[in-house]
Design a protein around this ligand. Structure first.
Ligand SMILES: Cc1cc2nc3c(=O)[nH]c(=O)nc-3n(C[C@H](O)[C@H](O)[C@H](O)COP(=O)(O)OP(=O)(O)OC[C@H]3O[C@@H](n4cnc5c(N)ncnc54)[C@H](O)[C@@H]3O)c2cc1C
Length: 290
């Protein structure tokens, strides 16, 4: 196995183009596991850790462009105020060592339905930026992830960044695992309130082949909130509406049973997470922050 080490993005694209089977490596926290267990033996590994362009983030119109190589630790420390949902999800990833190395770019590359970085991207309608020698394109995250461990990355392309709006309301992320750290999610739920737009964005993690937006539940709760003028009055959402929201989220889940949990448990649990995260986010909204 040969190790390719580009020093900048241009070189990375050139090496990617001249070595089509080369496996990109960023934090290495997924791919090294695969190599160690001999699940994969690429002829070339393309080390992206020396590419400075991938490790940068910047502000752009009302949001952020975050390089694919920005670690979870940096997202928490540098972007936690502006992207609270993604920061909450990042805090649940692995351990400090994994968060120091692991990246959202790698989470997108792996495209696991249990990837904790993904539901916050879905809930905020983020876009994935991919590029090659041919040029750059932006893909809505829900179209980028095409199936379990599958994504829309084309030949010669690398994930260069993701684009995400700054939080315009409270956000939440909650994950169920067998313990508090170093667990793959049994199921998870990300939620973002957008008071100015009268919108609620939400996404289930680890309870379907890909993360899943919960459109019907979102429309239901948006209707409840606007009909009762709750965005303006900031009164409580009724318990029955919260429960109905949870029930509708359960209907969007399409989980399997595996060693981490049964399909029935996952379905019920995402409903509970949905109800709880909405009530936490709504309490924060009522408290007047953001
Ligand atoms: C002990 C342990 C605990 C973990 N806990 C969690 C957890 O709680 N939650 C969670 O979501 N994940 C967890 N993971 C998995 C992993 O840390 C994450 O998926 C992380 O986001 C991967 O990022 P990375 O930069 O390390 O990816 P890498 O391992 O470098 O790459 C992952 C995949 O993406 C591809 N890739 C990477 N960068 C690019 C790029 N720029 N362009 C194109 N393809 C690219 C690689 O080729 C590879 O296929 C854990 C892993 C370990 C070992």
């Amino acid at each position: 196995m040969e190790f390719l080490q580009p020093d900048n993005l241009r070189e990375a694209f050139e090496m990617r183009a001249s070595h089509p089977g080369a496996a990109p490596i960023c934090g290495g926290t997924d791919i090294m596991v695969e190599l160690n267990f001999d699940h994969r033996r690429p002829e070339y590994v393309l080390d992206l850790t020396r590419v400075p362009e991938l490790a940068e983030w910047s502000r752009e119109n009302g949001g952020f462009r975050v390089g694919a190589g920005v670690s979870y630790t940096r997202i928490i420390e540098e972007l936690g105020e502006s992207l609270p949902g993604l920061a909450m999800a990042s805090r649940t990833v692995g351990s400090p060592q994994i968060r120091n190395r692991g990246t959202v770019g790698g989470n997108l590359g792996t495209a696991s339905p249990a990837g904790d970085g993904l539901p916050p991207l879905y809930a905020s309608d983020a876009e994935v930026e991919v590029a090659s020698l041919e040029g750059t394109r932006r893909i809505p995250v829900a179209e980028f992830i095409t199936g379990p461990k599958r994504n829309a990355l084309g030949d010669g392309e690398l994930i260069t960044a993701f684009h995400i709006p700054e939080a315009d309301g409270p956000q939440q992320y909650s994950k169920i695992g067998t313990r508090n750290a170093m667990v793959i999610a049994v199921c998870a739920f990300g939620l973002a309130l957008h008071p100015e737009k009268g919108k609620v964005g939400a996404c289930i993690g680890s309870a379907a082949p890909t993360p899943v937006r919960t459109k019907e539940a979102e429309e239901f709760i948006e209707g409840v909130i606007s009909e009762s003028d709750l965005w303006q009055t900031r009164r409580e959402i009724s318990g029955s509406a919260l429960r109905r929201f949870g029930d509708m989220v359960e209907m969007s889940a399409k989980p399997i049973s595996d060693v981490r949990g049964t399909a029935a448990y996952r379905t019920r649990a995402v409903g509970v997470l949905a109800r709880r995260t909405l009530s936490w986010a709504w309490d924060e909204y009522r408290g007047g922050s953001r």
